[in-house]
Design a protein around this ligand. Structure first.
Ligand SMILES: [Zn+2]
Length: 464
């Protein structure tokens, strides 16, 4: 059956590509297997692996720099143990980091120059010196991500890419533009502009606000990360975490800082889309947006809260009154379903009120990939059932907040139009899927495969 192409309202295109270049070493049973896996990535400018565990190795010894030197001594190689607290690197990377036998140890960690093993805080000696992304890395990530998105039936995205890597934002803009001009990427991108204040001023002075870089690529709203996550207990809460009673989480900005940034963006005609997960942060963002909206000279706006996870009904009503939208990720329940009760206690009834929001404000769906898989049918399944794909034995999280198929499709297409600054769906952006979707059968919807994807009428993906 034919469907409109999906619009994902918030993700990280570069991150999606980057994740595919990291080597997964978690199933490696030997050092030889690891070195073979790393060799497959020798066309990259840096090789990063994760997940190894020496207890599984048939060689019965620790992997060391000599093993990695044999893979390459011209490309930096960094592989991190499954626990995340130990890494091994090659001589080339240690040379880049300026490490020799004489380098003093770091407090809170240690390293061994002769084996290339770094533990705990000594790992920062390597992490801080990792080479900056090159243009060819960016190209590589974009091409990989473009393929993944089209394969999943996504034809447009709003993407936050300036903040993920330590790289000049203009290099990203110019590289994307070139790839579009060469037709090496086709998915349409609206950039959610995530820059620190000094760089934002530079961006505005150079006339980038709302700029159309290419017919498929434009600059969108200001993006701000205003708190952390529930999993990490860094989302900022009005009441402390149930399982950590002295912890209220962390707000990333003061009210004044947020206001200054959002007001400045507004003066240049840019909306703000703000990551807020805890109820203290969503309240903070709503209050400041109310002020920005009231003072604005603009008649219309498309401000939104991204995530809006613990956003109680009283806050939703304020969003409705001020026409503040939401860009949400039902698929987050996939992982969160296990921790919500312990983190929040009774407040679990105030989390993921996405259907309530959908009925009152402009709510669009997204995945925040690569944080969660980009597959829209997984996301729709979660929205329709409020169940986890990872933990299928856990009951529906909140049956009152489940979406119908029709509403899910609306949240994934029409409702996201305002977040990619389009007035209507493009008839040339559509997909062919392998089945007719049955609104009463979320399981069959979840397993849908995309057969073909079209952008502006051009076939850009076809299943093998
Ligand atoms: Zn994100």
């Amino acid at each position: 059956m034919k469907l409109s192409g999906f619009i994902d309202g918030h993700l990280h295109v570069l991150g999606i590509g980057y994740y595919q270049t990291i080597v997964d070493l978690s199933n490696a049973q030997s050092i030889e297997e690891i070195t073979n896996l790393l060799r497959e990535k020798k066309d990259q400018t840096i090789i990063i692996g994760r997940g190894w565990n020496q207890d599984q190795f048939i060689e019965k010894r620790m992997i060391n720099k000599n093993d990695l030197n044999k893979v390459s001594n011209k490309i930096p190689i960094i592989i991190t143990r499954v626990c995340g607290h130990v890494l091994v690197t090659n001589d080339f990377m240690m040379e880049i980091a300026g490490i020799s036998e004489k380098t003093p140890q770091v407090s809170g960690g240690n390293f061994d120059y002769l084996t290339g093993v770094f533990r705990e805080r000594a790992m920062t000696l390597i992490h801080n010196k990792m080479p900056k992304l090159t243009k060819s890395d960016i190209e590589n990530y974009l091409v990989l991500a473009n393929k993944t998105l089209l394969k999943n039936g996504i034809t447009s995205v709003a993407s936050d890419d300036f903040s993920s890597f330590n790289v000049d934002y203009e290099l990203i803009i110019n590289t994307m533009k070139e790839l579009y001009e060469k037709n090496k990427i086709q998915v349409k991108i609206t950039q959610q502009v995530n820059l620190p204040m000094t760089k934002l001023i530079d961006f505005l002075n150079k006339g980038y606000a709302n700029k159309m870089i290419h017919p498929k690529f434009k600059m969108g709203p200001l993006k701000i990360l205003a708190d952390g996550s529930l999993g990490g207990r860094t989302a900022a809460m009005l009441e402390p975490y149930t399982d950590d009673p002295s912890n209220y989480g962390i707000q990333s900005f003061s009210d004044d800082e947020l206001y200054e940034k959002m007001r400045l963006a507004d003066q240049y005609g840019m909306d703000s889309v703000v990551h807020a997960i805890g109820d203290a942060t969503s309240l903070q963002v709503i209050k400041i947006l109310e002020k920005v909206i009231e003072e604005s000279k603009r008649k219309h706006h498309h401000h939104a809260i991204i995530h809006a996870q613990l956003t109680p009904k009283s806050q939703i009503l304020r969003m409705e009154k001020n026409k503040i939208g939401a860009i949400v990720q039902p698929i987050f329940m996939n992982t969160d379903i296990k921790i919500i009760e312990s983190r929040l206690g009774d407040r679990k009834d105030n989390i993921y009120l996405y259907k309530t929001m959908f009925d009152r404000i402009n709510l669009g769906f997204s995945t925040d990939a690569p944080i969660e898989p980009v597959n829209p049918f997984y996301n729709i399944y979660t929205a329709m059932t409020n169940r986890s794909i990872k933990f299928p034995f856990i009951d529906s999280f909140n049956p009152n907040e489940c979406f119908s198929l029709q509403d899910s499709l609306k949240a994934y297409t029409v409702n996201n139009l305002s977040y990619i600054y389009e007035d209507k769906l493009n008839d040339g952006d559509y997909i062919i899927i392998d089945r007719d979707l049955d609104p009463n059968d979320p399981n069959m919807i979840r397993d849908t495969l995309v057969l073909k994807t079209y952008i502006d009428g051009e076939e850009v993906f076809s299943i093998d």
